[in-house]
Design a protein around this ligand. Structure first.
Ligand code: GLU
Length: 550
């Protein structure tokens, strides 16, 4: 068959050749050991923790040796495309402080975006140049089979317990003559472009996955689709061409792609491209609350899989990074403890220390990391972070919470224990943080109140005496001495030793008295130092709250 003629018949308008693109997208000039990595999400409107997990790995692999990390949008699947999804991807990665060097989201005209376009739908000409070349070499052909025909072959294969797919004797369009093809084209029949696979079922491919080690898989024998009926490439074809022309050196991608590696292996070889290194990541797992067993995080069952979840609740991006680093490299945690002051980017990230099977996601651990990391930030850093989060997610409350900057800083100081021997570690994520001290603010949405444990007559007596004796000028110990006096006068022990020796002689002790005041003032049975709270609040607000209870 005259394949050149076929190529011209199928792609009459394609004049660019692979050589043209090879010359246009030259090898990158990078230092030795520098890797080029990419994140290549599909704009489906859902961006999840697994994406951030591999994005962070990509970013570290590239940046630890002066390489390049770029963002490519794989928008070939029209059905799964969602409006606003690209912005969501870019905003979310920006929120989590994932730093790209080029790609989608950057100015197209800039020097930095020399390997674009980075949206696959804008690269159709490039794919067609390579497709035409494969046809001319007899390595690709049009297939006119209809969906119904393909379905019925699949059913037959299933009945015969044969491998399903388009290969061998089932690949009927493989042997069409040029006249038959021409007639089909003239009749206006739609077609897909298929690879003429050179694989053999008896042979295996072997390659080293950077995470999973040596992998042996049977060669690809399927005449897979390269271009769909509308001329848009499949993931397989676009992956080979893009990662080659964008000069990717390490492809970090979900483990679900490992089974397709033989297809990619064959495509890279037939296209004459050098293979990138592959790194197939482990799934994120969790302990199932019902069964106690490990299972994959699921979009349907686990809201915490979505990155939106962390943004909405206001997890500090740095804490997320630290946590994901502990999942990515098992030796990170020890390093981070040892070099607590070092930037985490100095950690010697190593791709072969990445989790091979499931990486276990543990929310309690994430929370502990948040508490720890937030306690290392300055008040101003925490203030700015909370301000930004409240502006985005609580715009109405924001004005109330941040009306008085000094007040907010004093609250943060109280909850972070700045200057204390051991810093408090109460703060986890923005939403929880505001719930923790929302009682300081009248008018912001109020939360559940703790109820008094003593009966209301006692509460009344304690609060009345408290207001009578209150002097805003008292220091912490003078203030506390007055609580002790109130305790004594109402039959509560002011001396804990005496109380412990014979509790039956007392109604309770001074901490019960303090608790009544605490609940009346803050609505909470547990708070940091009450004297400090009252002094941040001011006398008027304190009195008003107690009057309300009375
Ligand atoms: N678009 C593919 C996905 O979202 C990318 C896989 C890859 O990184 O190559 O799964």
């Amino acid at each position: 068959m005259n394949y050149n003629k076929l190529a011209d018949m199928l792609f009459p308008n394609v004049t660019n050749t692979p050589e043209f693109y090879e010359a246009k997208f030259v090898e990158r000039k990078l230092p030795n050991n520098a890797e080029v990595t990419r994140m290549a999400p599909s704009p489906t409107g859902f961006i999840h923790l697994g994406n951030l997990y591999s994005a962070l790995a990509d970013e570290r692999i590239a940046h630890k040796n002066g390489g390049v990390f770029y963002l490519r949008i794989e928008d070939t699947d029209e059905k799964r495309k969602v409006d606003g999804a690209v912005e969501l991807i870019i905003d979310t990665l920006r929120y989590f402080d994932i730093e790209f060097d080029e790609g989608a989201g950057f100015d197209e005209n800039e020097q930095t975006n020399a390997y674009g376009p980075y949206f696959q739908r804008q690269r159709v000409d490039i794919y067609h140049a390579y497709a035409k070349n494969l046809v001319a070499k007899g390595l690709a052909y049009p297939c006119f089979c209809t969906e119904e025909e393909l379905d019925s072959v699949r059913k037959e294969q299933e009945e015969q317990k044969e491998l399903t797919g388009y290969y061998g004797k089932y690949a009927v369009c493989r042997n069409l003559t040029i006249e038959e093809i021409e007639a089909n084209l003239l009749a206006g029949k739609s077609y897909v472009l298929r690879l003429r696979s050179q694989g053999s079922p008896e042979k295996e491919i072997t390659f080293v996955d950077a995470i999973k080690g040596e992998i042996k898989l049977p060669e690809n024998i399927h005449d897979i689709v390269l271009l769909k009926r509308d001329g848009i490439p499949t993931y397989h074809f676009a992956h080979a061409i893009d990662d080659h022309l964008m000069r990717t050196t390490v492809v970090v991608r979900g483990g679900e792609w490992l089974a397709s590696a033989p297809i990619h292996y064959e495509l890279f070889h037939l296209l004459g491209f050098k293979m990138p290194k592959y790194a197939h990541t482990a799934h994120l797992m969790k302990i199932d609350e019902e069964t106690g067993g490990k299972r994959k995080l699921s979009k349907r069952k686990d809201p915490e899989l979505s990155l939106d979840y962390y943004k909405k609740d206001g997890y500090h991006p740095y804490c997320m990074k630290v946590y994901l680093m502990t999942l990515l490299n098992s030796n990170f945690e020890e390093w981070h403890e040892k070099f607590a002051d070092k930037d985490i980017n100095e950690f010697p990230f190593s791709i072969d220390k990445m989790n091979q099977s499931g990486a276990l996601f543990d929310k309690d651990k994430l929370h502990n990391i948040c508490k720890n990391e937030l306690s290392k930030l300055s008040e101003n850093e925490v203030y700015d972070f909370l301000y930004q989060w409240a502006s985005d997610y609580e715009p109405e409350n924001k004005d109330i919470w941040f009306a008085d900057k000094e007040k907010m800083l004093r609250i943060l100081r109280l909850y972070m224990g700045v200057g204390m021997k051991r810093r408090r570690k109460d703060l986890v994520y923005a939403k929880q943080i505001f719930e923790l001290f929302s009682y300081f603010f009248d008018g912001s949405k109020t939360d559940e109140k703790d109820s008094f444990k003593l009966d209301m007559d006692e509460v009344h007596a304690i609060l009345t005496k408290y207001l009578e004796s209150y002097n805003h000028a008292d220091d912490n110990s003078a203030w506390f001495n007055k609580l002790k006096e109130i305790a004594d006068s109402l039959g509560y022990a002011s001396d804990m030793k005496a109380y412990k020796a014979s509790p039956e002689n007392f109604k309770g002790n001074v901490s019960d008295v303090a608790e009544v005041i605490r609940i009346a003032v803050t609505g909470r049975a547990n708070t940091p130092d009450l004297w400090t709270i009252v002094h941040i609040m001011g006398e008027a607000q304190m009195r008003e709250r107690i009057e309300t209870v009375l």
